[in-house]
Design a protein around this ligand. Structure first.
Ligand SMILES: [Zn+2]
Length: 109
């Protein structure tokens, strides 16, 4: 059976680098099973075209992770949009870009 591992699920959907966990929520809703947990991950890869983007990893009540895109099991996109504004994401991207630039020693070669 196609079970998703946390390691797999925590990778950036765009660059496949492991993401950083930024939060945990326990969503409520008619279509959401009780005990479901959702973790938010953020891409920290400065070379990623979607650096600073976030994605969600859902955990079933028994701790397993459903495969991506499973019908009615994946929390809706607006869950994350509610917590992060466009400006917040842009700020995060900018901060990480600066960090990345500072980590490079110019002209060292
Ligand atoms: Zn990425």
């Amino acid at each position: 059976m196609a079970e998703t591992t946390l390691e797999e699920a925590a990778r950036c959907p765009w660059c496949a680098e492991p993401g950083k966990k930024t939060g945990t929520t326990r969503p409520h809703g008619q279509s959401i099973e009780r005990g479901v947990k959702v973790e938010t991950y953020e891409c920290e890869n400065a070379r990623c075209e979607n650096e600073g983007e976030r994605w969600l990893v859902q955990f079933n009540p028994d701790g397993t992770i459903p495969p991506k895109g499973t019908r009615n099991e994946q929390p809706k996109e607006y869950d994350i949009m509610r917590h992060t504004t466009f400006q917040e994401r842009e700020r995060a991207k900018e901060a990480m870009r600066r960090q990345y630039e500072e980590s490079i020693v110019p002209g060292s070669s």
